[in-house]
Design a protein around this ligand. Sequence first.
Ligand SMILES: [Zn+2]
Length: 122
Amino acid sequence: MSEMSKTKTYRVEGAAGASYTVKISRIGDALRVKCDCPAGAYMDPCEHWKSLFTGEDQNYVGLSDEDILEIQGWLDESDLDEALQNLLYFESHEKNMHENLARQKRALRGRVIDVLISEPQA
Ligand SMILES: [Zn+2]
């Protein structure tokens, strides 16, 4: 049985005119990604390929909807599956935490103002 080896290369065009190239490969059980953006240079997982798995909008060039579906399938039972699922899980919770924190700060700020303006006259 030959080891599965597949690679796709595409570009992501950002709003500010920046364009990054992403190369993603599935070789046997190994899923490997390389992006030439600043985060990718530090080998940090970046939005230019995580978006393939979160469905977040990106301006892909050279990547069809069928390609995206195929790459999503590459994650299954790869060596990145559990780690990436965990990362996406905590990132979504982090986003919710930030939203809840901002909401609580706004609620508290309103009460602080209420307390100040309703302070009993001496
Ligand atoms: Zn990137």
